[in-house]
Ligand binder design. Structure first.
Ligand code: FAD
Length: 452
């Protein structure tokens, strides 16, 4: 193990700059860096980006796990990558910096700035967090896809590379102890590559066969829970796709298709970075929203899980407690915010990004726009989820609601979704009347269609 000061003996030292790829297996960056004599593993903690919250806590746990895998040889420094990466290169005399390409609007801009600041030292981009890099799948006329179905067919036809054969020994890591400004990250969460692989194994062994049938049931542990691991890069989607191989049973096919949604939304955001903040479908920018104190108070009730609609409140409380929410319930609470409370989807999306450990700009902003009806493959605007019937259908015994809303634990079975006279005194009355708000939503949608 080498220490700073010994680099002069290393003719060709590279920097491996980790970001959203906190793993050592199936990491093409390591294959590229492995051609150098030795490398230093670096992470730059930019506190402007890593704001306090559940996602940062989870991320730091993943970072800690990576450091452990590397035998404590991860050099973590605080600051702006545009200053810190060139400083490390200069101080250690490195000849190249290796990364997985970042396709988010912020990440792509930051990498451009770091590249400029590095001058003659190359920033080598190898691989990306996706099976197929955003921008690669195009229609026959060269334009990007706007609809998921045809994108998925092209994505399947295009295929992906086999996993990169890497692990912690692919690169000869130098020991960075004593490096000026080194920060020790000692965080604990259920993050990290090993935890991700364990969860993946148990999903494949116990749940994949029934995934297609049960994935919409929030009362069951029926989905993979891979989202936060994919977000932090503790696992690469290619690793998962490779394991599915050519399996075409309903579980494997559905799972492959869900991974493709993640790739599709990354592709959409790559071509249209503005849609992180504004509606993909421009006519929806004129949709009238509620404003003022009443809107703010309805928003607070939604955030706190106190709307009086049990499935909505259960979802929001799961989010507050776990930093995660089941996909079906994400759709129900998003529909409630946009179509029952008539609030901008951006309010809900921002709250989700603050709270979700898997918060991902592309999947989140476009998941919200899908529900609001203003996105690429949008659900038709007239589809307004009824929170009562959705609860009865997807949480048929009421177990999910009772798990997250303690006030309702005494209400038996499916009655928990349709409380009537069984509504406990300490549980709120519905803050709106769904039937009336549905008609209001349809009127508002009709008004923007008329002016086109
Ligand atoms: C309003 C809203 C906001 C969302 N925000 C996010 C987000 O910030 N981050 C995020 O990763 N997902 C988001 N999703 C998508 C989806 O809800 C989560 O990916 C899923 O619930 C994660 O649980 P899982 O890993 O058990 O999913 P599984 O059902 O096991 O799916 C496997 C993987 O496929 C991908 N996936 C599944 N469904 C979708 C989808 N609709 N869109 C994109 N990728 C998908 C995820 O990477 C997921 O881990 C959002 C969906 C909605 C409706």
């Amino acid at each position: 193990m080498r220490r700073p000061g010994q680099e002069s003996e290393i003719a060709d030292l590279s920097v491996v700059w980790f970001r959203r790829d906190l793993r050592v297996h199936d990491l093409p960056t390591l294959t590229a860096a492995g051609e150098s004599d030795a490398a230093v593993a670096v992470f730059v903690l930019d506190e402007r980006v890593a704001r306090p919250g559940p996602r940062t806590d989870f991320f730091l746990g993943c970072l800690s796990a990576l450091d452990e895998t590397l035998g404590g040889r991860l050099l973590v420094v605080r600051g702006d990558p545009v200053d810190q990466v060139p400083r490390i290169v200069t101080e250690l005399g490195a000849s190249s910096v290796h990364v997985s390409a970042d396709f988010t609007p912020y990440g792509a801009r930051r990498d451009g700035e770091v590249e400029n600041a590095l001058g003659d030292t190359p920033l080598v981009r190898t691989g990306s967090p996706y099976a197929v890099a955003p921008g690669r799948i195009r229609k026959a006329d060269g334009t990007p896809y706007r609809v998921f179905g045809p994108f998925r067919r092209s994505w399947n036809d295009h295929g992906w590379r086999p996993p990169a054969q890497t692990d912690e020994t692919t690169v000869d890591w130098i020991d960075p102890s004593g490096f000026d400004g080194r920060t020790v990250v000692d965080a604990d969460s259920n993050g990290g590559e090993r935890a991700a692989l364990t969860r993946w194994r148990s999903f494949v062994d116990d749940r994949l066969d029934t995934y297609d049938a049960d994935r919409d049931r929030p009362d069951l542990d029926a989905t993979s829970r891979m989202s936060a691991y994919l977000k932090t890069g503790c696992l690469h989607p290619r690793t998962l796709l490779h394991e599915l191989g050519t399996r075409n049973d309903s579980g494997a096919s559905k799972f492959r298709s869900e991974l493709c949604w993640r790739e599709f939304y990354a592709d959409v955001l790559h071509h249209r970075p503005d849609t992180a903040y504004v509606e993909y479908d421009e006519k929806f920018r004129r949709l009238p929203h509620d404003t003022g104190a009443a809107a703010q108070s309805a928003f607070r009730a939604w955030c706190d899980g106190r709307t009086g609609y049990p499935i909505v409140d259960a979802g929001m409380r799961q989010l507050n407690a776990e930093g995660w929410m089941h996909n079906r319930v994400r759709m129900i609470v998003a529909s409630f915010l946009t179509k029952d409370l008539h609030l901008p989807w951006q309010w809900g999306a921002r709250h989700f990004m603050d709270r979700l450990i898997d918060g991902d700009l592309a999947s989140n902003q476009h998941g919200w726009q899908w529900v609001a009806g203003c996105g690429t493959d949008a659900a038709p605007y007239f589809r307004v989820f009824n929170p009562t019937t959705q609860g009865e259908k997807f949480d048929p015994d009421g177990d999910y609601v009772r798990r997250w809303v303690p006030e309702l634990r005494g209400v038996p079975g499916t009655l928990v979704h349709r409380l009537g006279v069984n509504r406990p005194a300490d549980y709120p009355e519905p803050i709106v009347d769904h039937a009336a708000e549905r008609l209001d939503a349809l009127d508002r949608y009709a008004s923007i269609r008329r002016v086109i």
